[in-house]
Design a protein around this ligand. Structure first.
Ligand code: FMN
Length: 345
């Protein structure tokens, strides 16, 4: 298959594969560097990245800032390739964390779950590229118009469709009734929008498609619709390089289709996850500590704590396991190289 390199400003990824950021702690330096070493772009998740620091409970901000520096340094020691960092725009202290990653010279910031309007200001004076994640042309237009006020354009755009894992930029009822626009159609719409700005400002804004990409033919189809890059997350979970606990990886290998469900996340957005005891017990939790991760979250009103659920699962305990749709071909442990070879080589 002939696939072009993925050029984002002065950065060139030899293969157009981007590993999607996976929080909490599922994609850290190890997975990101392995993907970058294959010629793609690896993404460290910045969401509650300090969860392994000894003072995380008492000083989550300090722990997160320290861990951002540590993980970027660790990734740089493992690869000379391109490393991105993912932050959710709706997170508390978002700007502080992004600034820290920029200070540590991260190559790209990829950001969704809310509109990442502050990115131009946060990377000013640096060479860090900004890549918003959108699920519609409407959102892309709002973001681009806002960036233009700072004389900036996004360096690339991730278009995430309804089959992705984690939090989803679609309405709950549309997801449950299968009425969301398909990724390929959103790609076409966003491509058209980007071409207007590309023409006007004489720049290239690469489009990276994400959500449910499982095979070579998915890639060929999306390339035909105008995608320049392909962001993949779920397929990288059951790899030896993935930073999550083996129990997390095994949950992917063992999950059947009817065990993957749309959930209402305490963050206020829908999400896709594997059914676990943790989720079935929802509502029976006594929330005793708050990690202060989301401004929109009030511990009194939520069925469970999302940070606790995600930290539990990534460390191998019963918890919240985000996943993309359709894991039917995910049935054994593999390696990053094997995943990429199957997809594009
Ligand atoms: C376990 C898991 C955690 C995720 N966490 C995040 C996250 O913290 N921030 C984010 O922007 N996207 C997150 N995502 C979405 C991915 O980055 C990616 O765009 C999407 O899952 C791609 O679809 P795929 O999993 O079908 O390949 C997560 C996905 C998974 C599977």
């Amino acid at each position: 298959m002939i696939l072009n390199e993925l050029k984002i400003g002065n950065l060139t990824a030899k293969i157009p594969i981007v590993q999607g950021g996976m929080g909490v702690g599922v994609s850290l330096a190890n997975l990101a560097a392995a993907v970058a070493n294959e010629g793609g772009i690896g993404t460290i998740s910045g969401v509650q990245i300090g969860f392994r620091e000894p003072d995380f409970l008492t000083d989550p901000i300090g722990a997160n800032l320290r861990a951002i520096k540590k993980e970027i340094k660790k990734a740089r020691e493992k690869t000379k390739g391109i490393i991105a960092m993912n932050f959710m725009a709706a997170m508390n202290n978002y700007e502080l964390y992004v600034k820290k990653a920029v200070e540590e010279k991260i190559d790209l910031i990829v950001s969704g779950a809310g509109l990442p309007m502050a990115l131009p200001k946060l990377v000013k004076g640096s060479s860090t590229k900004i890549v918003p994640i959108v699920s519609s042309a409407k959102a892309a237009k709002i973001i681009i118009r806002s960036y233009l006020k700072s004389d900036k354009l996004p360096d690339a755009v991730v278009v995430e469709g309804p089959l992705a894992g984690g939090h989803l930029g679609f309405k709950m009822d549309e997801l449950l009734e299968d009425k969301c626009m398909a990724l390929i159609d959103i790609v076409k719409e966003v491509k058209l929008l980007l071409s207007i700005f590309e023409e006007k400002y004489k720049v290239k804004i690469p489009l990276i498609a994400a959500g449910g990409i499982r095979t070579k033919s998915d890639i060929i189809e999306l390339k035909g619709a105008g995608a320049d890059g392909f962001q993949i997350a779920s397929l990288f979970v059951p790899t030896v390089e993935c930073d999550a606990h083996q129990n997390f990886k095994s949950a992917y290998i063992n999950a059947t289709d009817d065990q993957i469900e749309i959930i209402k996340s305490p963050v206020g957005m829908p999400g896709r996850a594997i059914k676990t005891n943790f989720l079935s017990e929802t509502g029976k939790f006594n929330i005793t500590k708050c990690y202060r991760c989301m401004p929109s979250c009030n511990p009194k009103d939520i069925p469970y704590c999302i940070s606790e659920g995600l930290i539990n699962s990534v460390q191998g305990r019963d918890g919240l396991i985000f996943s993309g749709a359709d894991l039917s071909n995910v049935n054994k442990m593999t390696t990053v190289k094997e995943v990429i070879d199957k997809l594009i080589r």
